[in-house]
Design a binder for this molecule. Structure first.
Ligand SMILES: Cc1ncc(C[n+]2csc(CCOP(=O)(O)OP(=O)(O)O)c2C)c(N)n1
Length: 337
């Protein structure tokens, strides 16, 4: 969720942002990174089960885009959505409990890692289907338009989604009906083991969007400031009724596709190169080089993040599983309802 007070303006194509806000962005990314690292650990301990897709390396995308959104806007994530959920402002308690399958989770523990959902935060998943969120997001944007609401619907998806018909159908209808929607492509170069470079003739996703008439361009998805700035400009256009936009964020996942991935499809050198320009390390270096982040302040931020995560784990551990007698709850319509 965005910070209430911030200062950002662009001048001569340079982005100027308040230092307190930049530090806020840094902490948001760190919260996601440390949460994900802990999830990997808990997975090996079998506290978290099922599929687990980590967002490590891609934090700048969710954090940057969320700053451009208001509480009444809606968000659709992917199955790699822990980062989207945390950046949107869901409590770590709720997200961690969902991982543990506990009733205090955002989906009563029924969804797990890929199905985090929170109506209060206008967070509509978590979706296991590649490109599955796009038509849902278009439907919600259509509903908003028909009700004369200029709320933005933000829809995240990986570049692998462009191989699905839903991507093309969704962009086409969104433009045809001038819907208030921001498509956010997290282009990390690989759809599981399939590199974009060997599967698509047009590898610039934003150009596909332009061919449908959307305003679209690509940004460095490792630069949270750039992502926020671009998303804010697009949200401004969308709220003005200027139609849908697509932001392509070039990024990289530092770990395997999920917890089971031998990663034979990419070189270790390539991974290391991307890690060295990761969103957190890059911003940390910049803050330090400009004398804006002292060692004691950094360790205080790390401590606060660790405390929040430890509390979330304790909360999830202590929470109950759903009572088996409630198994049919929400499955069938209630009689007389
Ligand atoms: C419709 C559909 N087809 C295939 C799959 C299997 N699958 C799961 S993830 C994935 C790759 C998607 O890659 P991308 O959209 O680039 O997202 P990333 O994992 O890189 O974040 C595939 C093919 C699926 N979940 N849904």
């Amino acid at each position: 969720m965005s910070q209430s007070t911030k200062i950002m303006h662009t001048e001569n194509n340079k982005i100027h942002m308040d230092i307190a806000h930049i530090k806020f962005l840094f902490k948001q990314m760190l919260r996601i990174r440390r949460f994900e690292e802990k999830c990997a650990e808990l997975y090996t301990q079998e506290k978290i089960r099922g599929f687990l897709h980590l967002y490590i390396g891609e934090e700048a995308v969710a954090v940057g885009v969320m700053q451009a959104l208001k509480p009444e806007d809606a968000v659709f994530g992917t199955y790699r959505e822990h980062g989207h959920a945390i950046a949107r402002g869901l409590s770590m308690n709720k997200v961690m409990s969902e991982m543990f399958g506990k009733i205090t989770g955002s989906s009563r523990g029924r969804g797990g890692s890929m199905h985090i959902f929170d109506v209060e935060k206008q967070f509509y998943g978590g979706n296991a289907i590649v490109a599955g969120a796009l038509p849902l997001a278009v439907g919600l944007a259509l509903a908003n338009k028909m009700q004369n609401k200029n709320n933005v619907v933000a829809c995240f998806f990986g570049e692998g989604a462009v191989a699905e018909g839903e991507f093309h159908e969704s962009l086409n209808l969104a433009k045809l009906w001038q819907l208030p929607i921001l498509f956010v492509c997290e282009n990390n170069g690989y759809a599981m083991g399939t590199a974009l470079a060997i599967s698509e003739s047009q590898q610039h996703i934003f150009r596909k969007a332009q061919s449908y008439g959307l305003a679209a361009h690509a940004v460095d998805g490792m630069n949270v400031v750039e992502v926020e700035s671009a998303a804010s400009q697009y949200c401004h256009r969308i709220r003005n009724g200027e139609g849908p936009c697509l932001l392509e964020c070039n990024t990289y996942r530092f770990r395997g596709h999920s917890m089971f991935d031998t990663q034979l499809y990419r070189d270790a050198d390539e991974v290391e190169q991307w890690k060295s320009k990761g969103p957190i390390i890059k911003l940390k270096r910049w803050l330090e080089a400009n004398g804006k982040l002292a060692a004691d302040e950094l360790s205080q931020i790390e401590d606060e993040v660790a405390d929040e995560i430890n509390q979330a784990i304790a909360f999830a551990e202590q929470s109950e599983l759903e009572d088996v007698r409630d198994l049919y709850l929400g499955v069938y319509a209630e009689e007389n309802s």
